[in-house]
Design a protein around this ligand. Structure first.
Ligand code: FRU
Length: 326
């Protein structure tokens, strides 16, 4: 085993410009910085499955030692992921899946469970009776399919709970708002809006305020990101009633990547934990987060101090060599 092999890791992202995926990329880079010599090749398909398939092909042709991919939609990305895997290049699927089991490892939360937790939470918030409007993610993307199934199972045993409308917001705030406006009559009887992510949930909140509805509608989202504009802030600010934590897995994907590359043992399924965040535990979560991020800053400070020391040390060595020579 080489000390610091210069691995090239390809990372194909389906969309790059939302907070959740920016957080994922930050985590990836952070963990990669602990592996000097490794190189990251990053592409962003901007929500286009065709583009993503082409980007992966190109990446593989140019040569990567391992591919990390979050497939925009399952079906259109399945062939290229299978081809990559069959070439002997390890593939880590992160967050969204393909429709095949030809991949090396999966990293991410269990989206069926995430949906089910949201369903059980909704049922208890409704005390077993009421109407729900569901705003789903992009059709054909695996988390949308699995969250929908999980949610349905979460409310299944309650005969007096009904999903009165289902619409696709494609994971995007604007689309969610537009679709909900079109389906606005469903809001006349709605008690809960369940959105497959927090940005669409925030869009739903906007629509409710715009329409000046005078019935209390609880809003549940998914992601619960820390930081500015994230779900934790929206839950503590009462924009949302609850959000299911959906970790990005950026760090874990890179950890798994190096286990695979260094021929160490690894699991095929790396399921990350989630939990429901609401007013009861949001302060705790925020506190935990600020502690972690201050420790993170300490680590970064130590790293830059270390780098300064290294420069100093090298300069001293140089002076020493010159002294010895003369
Ligand atoms: C970000 C996102 C998240 C969601 C995930 C599902 O692009 O829409 O909000 O949880 O993708 O893949």
């Amino acid at each position: 085993k080489k000390e610091n092999p210069e691995y090239v890791i390809g990372f194909s992202q389906c969309v790059g410009n939302d907070l959740w995926r920016k957080t994922m990329l930050e985590e990836v880079k952070m963990e990669l910085s602990l592996h000097p010599g490794a190189k990251l090749v990053y592409t962003d398909a901007n929500g286009n499955s065709k583009t993503q398939a082409q980007q992966v092909k190109q990446m593989v042709n140019q040569g990567v030692d391992l591919l990390i991919i979050s497939p925009n939609e399952a079906m259109p990305l399945t062939p290229v992921v299978e081809q990559t895997y069959n070439k002997g290049i390890p593939v880590i699927i992160i967050d969204r899946k393909t429709s095949s089991n030809l991949y090396t490892a999966y990293v991410g939360a269990d989206n069926y469970q995430v949906g089910k937790m949201a369903g059980e939470y909704a049922a208890s918030a409704l005390k077993g009776k009421g109407n729900i409007v569901e705003i789903m993610g992009l059709p054909g993307s695996s988390p949308a399919i699995e969250r929908q199934r999980g949610f349905a199972d979460g409310i299944k045993k309650f005969n007096d709970i009904h999903i009165t409308a289902q619409l696709y917001g494609d994971w995007l705030k604007n689309n969610a708002e537009q679709e909900l406006l079109k389906a606005r009559t469903s809001l006349q009887t709605a008690d809960v809006i369940f959105a497959h992510n927090d940005v669409m949930a925030a869009g739903a909140k906007n629509v409710i305020s715009k329409l000046k509805l005078n019935r209390p509608i609880k809003i549940i989202g998914i992601d619960a990101l820390p930081g500015n504009g994230g779900g934790l802030q929206m839950v503590s600010g009462k924009v949302l009633d609850a959000s299911v934590l959906y970790p990005t897995g950026g760090k874990e994907a890179v950890v798994t990547a190096f286990r695979i590359l260094n021929k160490e043992s690894f699991s095929k399924d790396n399921i990350l934990q989630s939990l429901v965040i609401d007013s009861a535990n949001v302060q705790l979560m925020k506190l935990q987060w600020s502690k972690i991020s201050s420790q993170q800053k300490d680590i970064e400070r130590q790293q830059s101090l270390l780098a300064e020391q290294e420069v100093l040390f090298r300069n001293q060595q140089m002076v020493l060599n010159i002294t010895v020579i003369t």
